[in-house]
Design a protein around this ligand. Structure first.
Ligand code: ADP
Ligand code: MG
Length: 288
């Protein structure tokens, strides 16, 4: 079970050589509660990947503080300990698959953590099962012979085999087709439900995380501008255009319907939208 992860006024800049530096995130304060599914959304270059690395202890804040539970992450030993509680799936993680078999690839992380024997085998088995890959079929196959969606899930299994309490994913849905995205989303939610893990999904496209996230953190130019629910996003509580984002198409349609006084139960569900559109047609007809 995860603990609360808290960022307090965190900033980070990349050194550019000499005294120059490029500010990437500035003054970010937020909490990720145990079991949260938080979507961090922002345009390209807004600082999402930097924030993902700060949240997993791969980059240390230049200023501000990071807390996991009651403990401040500060200094090498607490950082190393925290890194074992947090896992990051990098953007395009399949570029980092390298082993000659799927099984060895999934085992790489936990092996690096010193696991061997039955515990290592169990981690690999469990992680493969969580992402819906059958080791019976795939264990001895090259990861490069898998489909794109399977490669992404194999890479995720490698992170899950570390059994992180806080799992951060950088653009996990990018480049996948519908089936790949659905398979990945199912794997994520299975892990979330079984382990009580907190999940952070970093994305530039709100539609991918819409039905998974409990809250959306909107990032612009390195700042966390707002944290809100999907209902608040739909109600137009944030000026998404000014943050370089837009509602998913179905969300824009749902907003129109709601503004016309027609309830939409689940905007991301096509049949719910179709039902609401039929109601509007009826209402329009009755008004003639
Ligand atoms: N290694 C780096 N060196 C210098 N600047 C960087 C580096 N990585 C990212 N940046 C800069 O930091 C800012 C935030 O980048 P990033 O966190 O990658 O944003 P995002 O993931 O939202 O696209 C951008 O202005 C980017 O150019
Ligand atoms: Mg990025």
């Amino acid at each position: 079970m995860a603990l609360r992860l808290r960022l307090e006024d965190v900033s980070f800049s990349y050194p550019l050589g000499g005294r120059e530096e490029a500010p990437a995130i500035s003054g970010v304060s937020m909490s990720i509660e145990p079991g949260d599914v938080l979507c961090l959304a922002g345009a390209n270059g807004s600082g999402k990947s930097t924030l993902a690395q700060v949240c997993t202890g791969l980059l240390s804040p230049a200023s501000g503080a990071l807390y996991y539970g009651d403990r401040r992450i500060q200094g090498r030993s607490s950082l190393l300990q925290f890194r074992r509680s947090a896992g990051l799936l990098f953007q395009n993680p399949e570029d980092q698959l390298f082993a000659d078999t799927v099984e060895k690839d999934i085992a790489f992380g936990p092996r690096n953590h010193g696991l061997r024997g039955e515990e290592l085998a169990r981690r690999v088995r469990d992680a493969a099962a969580l992402v819906g890959l059958s080791l019976d079929d795939l264990a001895s196959r090259s990861p490069f012979s898998l489909s794109g969606g399977e490669q992404r899930r194999a890479a995720l299994a490698g992170v899950l085999a570390l059994e992180p309490e806080v799992l951060v994913l950088d653009e996990p849905f990018i480049g996948l087709d519908y089936e790949g995205r659905t398979g990945l989303a199912e794997a994520l939610m299975r892990y979330h439900d079984e382990r009580g893990a907190s999940i952070v999904i970093v994305t530039h496209d709100l539609s991918y995380a819409w039905s998974l996230a409990t809250r959306f953190g909107l990032i612009s130019e390195g700042r966390l501008e707002n944290v809100m629910t999907s209902d608040e996003l739909l109600a137009g509580d944030a000026d998404l255009a000014s943050l370089g984002m837009q509602l998913p198409q179905w969300g824009a349609l749902a907003r129109e319907l709601m503004q016309a006084g027609i309830a939409v139960d689940d905007p991301a569900d096509p049949s719910s939208l179709a039902g609401a559109m039929a109601k509007r047609k009826e209402a329009d007809g009755a008004g003639d």
